[in-house]
Design a binder for this molecule. Sequence first.
Ligand code: BG6
Length: 484
Amino acid sequence: MSFDLVLFGGTGDLAWRKLMPALFQAFRHGTLPEGGRIIAVARDELSHEQYRSLIQSRFEGVDLAKRPTPDEFERFGALLHYLRMDLSQTQDYARLAAMLHERNAESVVMYVATAPSLFTNVCEQIAAVGLNGPHTRVVLEKPLGHDLRSNQAINDTLRRVLKEEQVFRIDHYLGKPSVQNLLAMRFGNALFEPLWRRETIANIQITIAEELGVETRGAFYDQTGALRDMVQNHALQLLCAIGMEPPINASANAIRDEKLKVLQSLKPWSTETIGQHVIRGQYVAGKTHGASVPGYLQEKGVAPGSTTETFVALRTEISNWRWAGVPFYIRTGKRLAGRDAHIVVNFRPVPHPIFRTSAGAANRLVINLQPKDGLELHLMAQGAAQQQVEPALSQVSLNLDFDQRFGTERVGAYERLLLDVIAGRLNLFVRSDEQEEAWRWVEPILQHWRNDALGPRPYTAGSWGPSAASAMIARDGYCWSEEV
Ligand code: BG6
């Protein structure tokens, strides 16, 4: 299939850090359709050759295994083109249109990897020069707005100039092989479905822990915070994947319809439940791998006395027949004790114990998302032969390591998502109504925090967050997975 991929923000951070390496991997794997052009667009005055050299020089800093050989770069570089544009000028879009009309590719992808404030303007300008035809797909990165209203305003503009199926809203977590495996586990196996309900499951915990701080993004992050940066999108998408009903088929809309229902069923907040069930934190100086690291307020770009949260832990419920009363806990933060994203499904203990087990021992399914990718099923077994009337059981686990099993066959999140956009597959992208529903649900928390003088609770960098997060879950009689 012939394609033209236009990369707005072609000299920017995202293009460089994520998109070019992913496009190169697809090229190396032979999955990037032949006969494509990658047209980088930016304000700098560069020739095609200069842009290619720039990209080649940046690849020199990449892991050897992911770096192109000179011969590979010569072939990959031939796909790269450069167009200087001022994104506020309609005549510059006309030049882009002329360049695209030369070929009339079967798939035209507009990847808007610019500052979010330019998203709607770029889409309107694309439409103004007639580039919004049925072969055009527009890719937008988060953040799409900073609250429900601004998100709706963006979506309204998009709807005026594009059809919903032309808009590819990226949540890169959906492109991770481990997250796709979560759906494969649930809907490709008959084993789990009968157990996947309130009668058997006591609680579910979703953790996305990061070891890094805000790095160079202090100014952006300070306006954003963990709730908007991670919970509204990545964590809620994971919650949807774990909690949704089986879709009627694997089409994008069938999957999105089911995810939407989960978001619509999330228990509404009250002032009281936000106070009790939502914990926000902010890291103070501490240690990561033995080295001292600064606190959030000392990071570059962060406003003095900022109350932006770098950690959120919360408890919610999906109010439907399958899940009523089952707590779902979400926890995410920066500068935590490790980089670890996983979901723990805690099953209920047996109804009538005839063996001795340690208090509260029950089956547990751990879905490791990153850096490990696989499943751990914790079961009870009897070790050495015992003479007691009521023998004691020990925990054993079945461990599936997907990296080991599928290692070289796996593709990275951006590689997968870019190939999907080119092919027009929407399954792993977020529909506007899902996104709006997610904003609708987090908005009362944002409002509550605005009026809450207490601010975030401090936690030491390199810890698992404020102790209040453990106290919150302990009130239900449970604990986080690392405390088991
Ligand atoms: C991004 C957030 O969406 O996801 C970042 O803006 C965060 O703050 C990143 O670090 C985490 O992604 P990953 O793939 O490293 O878990």
